[in-house]
Design a protein around this ligand. Structure first.
Ligand code: NDP
Length: 244
């Protein structure tokens, strides 16, 4: 079988890590990225190497910075001519009142969560067009559709991803490249680590499934979307335990 290549941004922990392990188990060569936790990224690579099915290359860098993204893709294109799958997963959250938000906090959220998707797609797309094949999966949130109180910037960044996904899907459909997004509900990762026990239980009570989703379930959903029929494109698919 031809070797398949995937880039997963934000793969040092949480959903990105589980997704990297999932794709590697199925035989992919996995490019894994994060900005800060390089030791954790190395641990993910060690797990992949120990498993022995897939293979892995570290491509650290801040995906909110266009120069870093250019150099990440230069390294990727030393290994392969094109990506089969791009998973734009890296993201950060910020909770607080909009009126208290500082300019640099707003900019950091938008750069990390939304501009990163633009930067990575811009580098990934040209070889995909040449090959007339490729899948782009953007990790969004239900808050990008419904809005979350005290998470205006985060909600705006994810709503931006949804718009970008739909537009880019139309632009790339003639080149047989599918672009979709997954709007996750609450997934049990460090991103929700600031919740105390009472808040955690209260939030679980609001979710019809009665629990947070796991990172492994999120990874399974991403895998399924990456291997969905080719006619599926431009969709924002929810996975939220019935929340909305
Ligand atoms: P985590 O906080 O567990 O992981 C976030 C990952 O993103 C880390 O690997 C982190 O690595 C990386 N990252 C952050 N900033 C950058 C950057 N500038 N450049 C490169 N990598 C970066 O979060 P989750 O796994 O929960 O979230 C993954 C995605 O899923 C995010 O886009 C999030 O918005 C989305 N999501 C999560 C939900 C949840 O409930 N958990 C719900 C809906 C959507 P490092 O810090 O080392 O750079």
């Amino acid at each position: 079988m031809t070797q398949q290549y995937v880039l997963i941004t934000g793969a040092s922990r949480g959903i990105g890590k589980s997704t990297a392990l999932c794709f590697a188990r199925k035989g992919y060569h996995v490019f894994i990225n994060c900005a800060a936790s390089i030791d954790k990224l190395r641990e993910v690579k060690n797990l992949i190497d120990e498993n022995g099915t897939g293979s892995c290359t570290l491509v650290p860098g801040n995906v909110g910075n266009p120069e870093d993204v250019r150099s990440i893709f230069q390294r990727i294109y030393q290994h392969c001519k094109h990506l089969d799958v791009l998973i734009n997963n890296a993201g950060i959250a910020h909770m607080g009142l909009l009126m208290d938000m500082k300019d640099d906090e707003w900019t950091q959220i938008i750069q990390t969560n939304l501009s990163s998707v633009f930067y990575c797609c811009r580098e990934a797309v040209p070889p995909m067009i040449s090959k007339k094949a490729g899948r782009i999966i953007n990790i969004s949130s239900m808050w990008g559709i419904y809005g979350a109180s005290c998470e205006a910037a985060y909600s705006a960044s994810k709503a931006g991803i949804n718009g970008l996904t739909k537009a880019l899907a139309k632009e790339l459909a003639p080149s047989n490249i599918q672009v979709n997004a997954i709007a996750f509900g609450v997934i049990d990762t460090e991103m929700n680590g600031q919740l105390n026990k009472e808040e955690h239980i209260a939030l679980e009570d609001e979710i019809p499934m009665g629990r947070f989703g796991s990172a492994e379930e999120a990874a399974e959903m991403i895998w399924n979307m990456a291997h969905a029929p080719g006619y599926m494109t431009g969709q924002i698919v929810g996975m939220d335990g019935g929340f909305f």
